[in-house]
Design a binder for this molecule. Structure first.
Ligand SMILES: [Zn+2]
Length: 159
């Protein structure tokens, strides 16, 4: 080591030290803000939280859509619409399904099935349905009774 280099180090040293401190501080700050420096479980947490929020949002939207007010009672036999009745008007209707199955559709503050001649009577046991997420199925008669909302609402959701 000659005199010049000792002189240079001696003079430069405080500046070098200061620069080193600044660099280290900068690195620490970068480490705090840089996602790559965050332990992997933190990133996983963020992904999980985001996923939970997304699922909650979707569930909420689906729930709102499914509980939208019913306007029509739609009867299908073998998947084909055979009758439609306004949900707001009380009434009783005879429904004929496949295999000689018949039942009475009752609309009165909800929709239910009365006195079916199917063997299992599951359609009757379904009880009262009151919103568009619910349906009554009579498998032996291949009958489905669903509540459907306003078609304008459906268009708005699709569009
Ligand atoms: Zn039935």
């Amino acid at each position: 080591m000659n005199f010049l280099s000792v002189y240079a180090i001696g003079n430069a040293s405080p500046i070098v030290q200061l620069l080193t401190v600044i660099n280290e501080t900068g690195d620490k700050m970068k480490a705090k803000t840089n996602l790559d420096k965050i332990p992997i479980f933190r990133k996983t947490d963020i992904i999980i939280i985001a996923a939970v929020i997304a699922i909650a949002a979707v569930s909420f939207l689906v729930a709102v859509k499914n509980t939208s007010s019913a306007n029509m009672v739609v009867v299908r036999v073998n998947g084909e619409i055979t009758a439609e009745y306004p949900y707001s008007e009380n009434g009783e209707y005879e429904i004929k399904g496949e295999n000689g199955i018949e039942l009475t559709l009752v609309i009165a503050d909800g929709v239910s099935v009365r006195s079916p001649n199917c063997p299992d009577k599951l359609c009757e046991k379904t009880g009262l349905i009151t919103n568009t997420s619910q349906s009554i199925i009579c498998l032996p008669g291949r009958i489905s009774i669903t509540l459907e909302g306003d078609s304008n609402e459906v268009d708005a959701v699709v569009g």
